[in-house]
Design a protein around this ligand. Structure first.
Ligand code: FES
Length: 127
C-alpha cells in the first residue's frame, strides 16, 4: 500500500533564516532530498509538497499517512539527505505495517524525537 509523505515547502531553512544562499526554504530542500531518497521506491513512497502544515515552530515538518492507517506528523528536521534518508526508511517500514504502528527497534536513529502528532485514520470511530 502506498504511503504519502507530504513535505511542508514553506518551512524555514534554519532557526534564523527562512532561505538558504540559493533562496530555497528548508522545506524545499527536504522535499528534494526526500524525492531523491525515495528513488525507485516512488510507487510505495509518494512524496508531495504542501505549503504549511501548521507545525511552523517544528520546521522542517512532514506528514506521513496511508489509507486506513494512523498518520504521523513529524518535524524539527534539518533539511538535507540525512533527515530524508531517515524519513524514507521509517515510511517504508510504515508501508509494511498493518495499521501504521512501526516497532520502535525499526526506527532509524535520526527520526527518534521528531514525532509531533499521531493522527487517527480517517473514518476511525472515536472512543
Ligand atoms: S511553514 Fe512549515 S509547517 Fe508552517
Amino acid at each position: 500500500m502506498p504511503v504519502d509523505v507530504t513535505v511542508c515547502t514553506t518551512c524555514k531553512y534554519g532557526p534564523t533564516a527562512a532561505f538558504d544562499a540559493a533562496g530555497r526554504t528548508g522545506g524545499e530542500i527536504l522535499a528534494e532530498a526526500l524525492e531523491a531518497a525515495a528513488g525507485n521506491r516512488r510507487a510505495v513512497l509518494r512524496i508531495s509538497r504542501h505549503e504549511c502544515l501548521w507545525a511552523c515552530r517544528n520546521s522542517c515538518a512532514v506528514l506521513i499517512q496511508a489509507a486506513g492507517k494512523t498518520g504521523y506528523l513529524a518535524g524539527r528536521f534539518e533539511a538535507g539527505a540525512a533527515a530524508a534518508a531517515a524519513i524514507a526508511a521509517w515510511a517504508e517500514a510504515y508501508a509494511q505495517s498493518a495499521d501504521g504502528a512501526v516497532p520502535y527497534p525499526m526506527w532509524p536513529e535520526a527520526i527518534k524525537g521528531h514525532f509531533i502528532a499521531r493522527i487517527p485514520a480517517s473514518g476511525e470511530a472515536a472512543s
